[in-house]
Ligand binder design. Structure first.
Ligand SMILES: CC(C)(COP(=O)(O)OP(=O)(O)OC[C@H]1O[C@@H](n2cnc3c(N)ncnc32)[C@H](O)[C@@H]1O)[C@@H](O)C(=O)NCCC(=O)NCCS
Ligand SMILES: Nc1ncnc2c1ncn2[C@@H]1O[C@H](COP(=O)(O)OP(=O)(O)OP(=O)(O)O)[C@@H](O)[C@H]1O
Length: 362
């Protein structure tokens, strides 16, 4: 099962994107819909809301008057937190049930407006953010959905910033253009990334990156940061640290488009424990490597994850690399040239010599 988180600010166009995903066969877990279910008439959720916000959030039929609750709940951060404290645990329980009942070979998309606010990004295999400038979202909500402008602004003020959402996005879908462009972008994403990613995960097929050197990409740092957060989510406290290492960690260096990550653990038994967690989460062991090395399954983001114990010299030496190469222009040029030859052994030898020289020089 490929678990995808989909988010965006209010009115960004998540519904447009989920409709395309559903048409392509994805299972959609809709947080707004679940939020309605858990406060249906007669539910414990509704009783808790009445106890917190008062009888006047109920309509004459005894059902929740949503506009009345919104008017009370989005006035300030404290009132919104009171709303969330009641609804979010109930929504969480039902969400887990729905994820648990999805077929093993499915792409499950969690349509979740408050994914960033809830700190949930690293729990998904992939996060998609529908990105539309706030003023455009506001205009669409008011003009097309008839939402009062004050209400839309009040909710936006209670949500994460566009910048915070972009930081967790593996994929940004720009919905500031026409609807058809967004539909086409989403279909391409399904075909080129989501479906092959799901297949790779289910069948244990690793994505082994191409070692051809490409021009430096500023996106590498963010991609590595998200990959580290996911690794942390999987291995938890077993890891004493998780770092972006290797050529893509050197700012400005042309390098192969493969992100190297190092999971550091305390000792040899912890290496085994971390490997078990990682393979259980879909990372695939590379049996051709002497050191414990794993690949990931995302066709658009090759990763190489090594697991090392603190007392292994490899550990310190990988951490030193970015620093040493970054500070020495001559070594940097030579390193680029060696990387271009795509010979792993030669690259390792060069890295080791350089780090040992630097250590002696200290
Ligand atoms: C207050 C309620 C009754 C207002 O209902 P209404 O029909 O007007 O809005 P609806 O539920 O369709 O939500 C529309 C959008 O408002 C925004 N929104 C809703 N709740 C929240 C919240 N707690 N914080 C910030 N934004 C929110 C989201 O962008 C959402 O997509 C409702 O939003 C609610 O019960 N919210 C609490 C549950 C929740 O947190 N839902 C968000 C997804 S987990
Ligand atoms: N590309 C587009 N061009 C014009 N209007 C659009 C576009 N995409 C969405 N809309 C309109 O903007 C409004 C908000 O979009 P939508 O309801 O899909 O957002 P959402 O992210 O699902 O909102 P919510 O946060 O409430 O769940 C809707 O009225 C929708 O029809």
């Amino acid at each position: 099962m490929l678990m995808v988180g989909l988010t965006g600010g209010i009115g960004a166009g998540k519904s447009t994107v989920t409709a395309v995903l559903a048409d392509a066969g994805a299972v959609i877990v809709d947080a707004d819909r679940i939020a309605r279910e858990v406060v249906e008439p007669g539910s414990p959720g509704l009783a808790m809301l009445v106890a917190e916000f008062g009888e006047d959030i109920l309509g004459p039929d005894g059902a929740l008057d949503r506009a009345a609750l919104a008017a009370k709940a989005f006035v300030d951060a404290e009132r919104t937190a009171a709303l969330n404290a009641i609804t979010h645990p109930l929504i969480g329980e039902r969400t887990a049930e729905l994820f648990g009942s999805a077929p093993a070979d499915s792409v499950v998309v969690h349509d979740m407006p408050l994914l960033v606010e809830g700190g949930m990004a690293s729990g998904y295999h992939l996060v998609i953010v529908v990105d539309t400038p706030a003023e455009m979202r506001l205009r669409r909500l008011v003009e097309q959905r008839g939402m009062p402008e004050e209400d839309a602004r009040a909710r936006m003020a209670r949500q994460a910033t566009d910048e915070a959402r972009r930081a967790v996005a593996d994929v940004l879908i720009d919905n500031s253009g026409d609807r058809q462009t967004t539909i086409d972008l989403t279909n391409a994403l399904i075909e080129l990334r989501l479906n092959p990613f799901e297949h790779n995960l289910r069948t244990g097929t690793p994505v082994v990156g191409d070692r051809t050197v490409v021009p430096f990409r500023p996106e590498w740092a963010g991609e590595a940061e998200r990959a580290c957060a996911r690794l942390r989510h999987v291995v938890g406290e077993i890891a004493t640290r998780i770092d972006h290492v290797g050529p893509t960690a050197v700012d400005g260096l042309d390098a192969p488009d493969v992100i190297d990550l190092q999971v550091t653990v305390r000792d040899a038994p912890a290496v085994e424990a971390a490997l078990a967690k990682l393979t259980g989460a879909g990372y695939v062991r590379d049996r051709s490597s002497e050191q414990p090395l794993l690949h990931w399954c995302d066709p658009a983001r090759p990763l190489e994850v090594s697991v090392v114990a603190e007392d292994d010299p490899e550990h310190e030496f990988a951490l030193l690399m970015a620093e040493v190469i970054g500070a020495d222009p001559g070594a940097r040029a030579e390193y680029s040239e060696i990387l271009g030859r795509a010979n792993r052994e030669e690259t390792r030898r060069f890295e080791r010599t350089l780090c040992e020289a630097s250590r002696r020089g200290r």
